[in-house]
Design a protein around this ligand. Structure first.
Ligand SMILES: Nc1ncnc2c1ncn2[C@@H]1O[C@H](COP(=O)(O)OP(=O)(O)OP(=O)(O)O)[C@@H](O)[C@H]1O
Ligand SMILES: [Mg+2]
Length: 373
């Protein structure tokens, strides 16, 4: 079978040899599945293999389409990719899509951590829009001193009356579904993690200034504010890069494959000869990224801390011209994620890994989680 596999690399032999200490991070996106396998060596993360495979062909659709697959197709796809990428790790960390989860900051009266542990599940019911039995809840108490509400209008530190808590909930159904799939693919799931937390780990350094992370995927775009290295706000827009391809196909009267190629080859280009594609792409980008601008403004208003930088990730962010577009749109420094810089790899891969980094940020961040435990 001709596999719809785009990118792969494997450090031959080693993956098999050292498999006990290797971990594979898995990101099941709507248009493609990505894996990154790492191993820990003297406190460093060594890249063993990575790969990406398109979901479309497993549902009879073209490469690049977002599709919903039957569980058995996901198992088949995962098995194909693990084999092709020569990924032999048994331990996996699996990223859970933001759309199957819920993230929110809540304020709680000051009390001990033990009391908080009892009070939060009750409090959570007010915020989480589905019955408590359908979600798994987790939470973190934010350290004192980074509270956004800790200062009065003159900037003086206020006496702390509330604890800020990051509340996270994941649909039980999503976890159960994933557990079944990975069991069938003979992987032991070390842990599940909501995709944005994996991205924070693989993209950000020690920034304490607020930043905006943009995951421009095929089906959706997520805008996440991270401040002091902690996720503070997450907003999903159900529109992604796939929409650009569909619009190009419709407006220019070309099939999906050709439109996808035009998008990838030309991108968002200001050159006069590319006016036709730019005219289609610009209003869509503008619409999607305006939601990001709203997030930036809202965070500034609430916390009085202006966002300093934008990190772009997700395959959609490889669009030529997107970095400049983002700089103009947000009026901020914007950069593409370089998650592989958190790992060690052979020098000859450098160029390529820099280019494809945004595609693998989530899978890589998931794998890093297990190595850092
Ligand atoms: N070089 C490129 N230029 C422009 N767009 C690209 C490029 N490479 C990939 N893309 C686009 O990136 C999208 C895929 O990104 P990604 O793999 O992050 O999505 P996904 O994780 O499958 O989707 P989602 O996260 O929304 O479920 C596709 O729409 C694809 O067309
Ligand atoms: Mg994705």
């Amino acid at each position: 079978m001709d596999l719809p596999l785009f990118k792969k690399y494997s450090e031959k032999g080693l993956a098999l040899f050292k498999r006990q200490t290797s971990v594979v991070g898995i990101d099941l996106g709507s248009s493609s599945l990505k894996i990154v396998q790492l191993r820990k060596e003297k406190e460093r993360a060594v890249l063993e293999t990575y790969g990406e495979i398109s979901t479309g062909p497993y549902a009879g659709s073209p490469v690049g389409k977002s599709v919903r697959l039957l569980d058995k197709k996901v198992v088949e796809m995962l098995t194909d990719l693990l084999r092709e990428a020569n990924a032999k790790a048994v331990q996996a960390v699996v990223s859970i899509p933001l759309r199957s989860s819920f993230i929110r900051m809540i304020s709680m009266p000051l009390m001990s951590e033990k009391e908080l542990a009892e009070a939060i599940p009750f409090e959570a019911r007010k915020y989480i829009p589905v019955p408590a039995s359908e979600v798994v809840i987790d939470w973190w108490l934010l350290p004192e001193g980074i509270s956004s509400e800790g200062k009065d209008s003159e900037g003086f530190i206020k006496e702390r009356k509330f604890a800020e808590v990051l509340l996270v909930a994941i649909h039980r159904e999503a976890i159960e579904k994933y557990k079944r799939i990975f069991q069938e693919a003979k992987l032991e799931v070390n842990s599940f993690e909501i995709e944005v937390f994996s991205q924070v780990r693989s993209i950000l350094g020690r920034e304490i200034q607020p930043v905006l992370m943009v995951d421009f995927g095929a089906q959706a775009t997520r805008f996440v504010v991270v401040d002091y290295g902690i996720v503070r706000l997450a907003h999903t827009v159900e529109r992604g890069s796939l929409e650009l391809t569909d619009a190009l196909s419709r407006s220019l009267g070309v099939d999906f494959e050709r439109a996808e190629r035009l998008k990838q080859d030309i991108g968002f280009s200001p050159r006069p000869e590319h006016k036709e594609t730019a005219n289609v792409i610009e209003p869509l980008l503008d619409h999607i990224f305006s939601e990001g601008l709203r997030v930036v403004t809202e965070y500034h208003r609430r916390s009085e801390r202006p966002i300093k930088k934008v990190w772009l990730t997700g395959g959609g962010s490889l669009l030529k011209g997107l970095v400049d577009f983002s700089i103009n749109k947000f009026g901020l420094e914007a950069r593409l994620a370089e998650p592989f810089s958190k790992t060690e790899y052979p020098a000859f891969l450098e160029e390529n890994l820099k280019e494809i980094g945004p595609i693998f940020a989530t899978a890589l961040g998931s794998a890093l989680r297990a190595l850092q435990e």
